[in-house]
Design a protein around this ligand. Structure first.
Ligand SMILES: [Zn+2]
Length: 59
């Protein structure tokens, strides 16, 4: 995924799952950018599927 703030690309697993101690919800799914700490919403599966389709077309 790509950080919406600084454009840094990283895997969701590499992102900082920062909201585990969030008092509002028990573990929201925001992923923090390891570079700038911006909270990104995880990519929906639908978006991932579309990206795969595009990759197949490119190659
Ligand atoms: Zn960032």
């Amino acid at each position: 995924m790509r950080c919406g703030f600084c454009g840094y690309e990283f895997k969701e697993e590499e992102g900082i799952q920062g909201c585990k101690n969030c008092p509002m919800t028990s573990g929201c799914k925001m992923v923090k950018c390891p570079r700038c700490n911006y909270e990104n919403a995880p990519e929906p599966l639908l978006v991932k599927g579309i990206k795969k389709l595009f990759k197949k077309k490119e190659h």
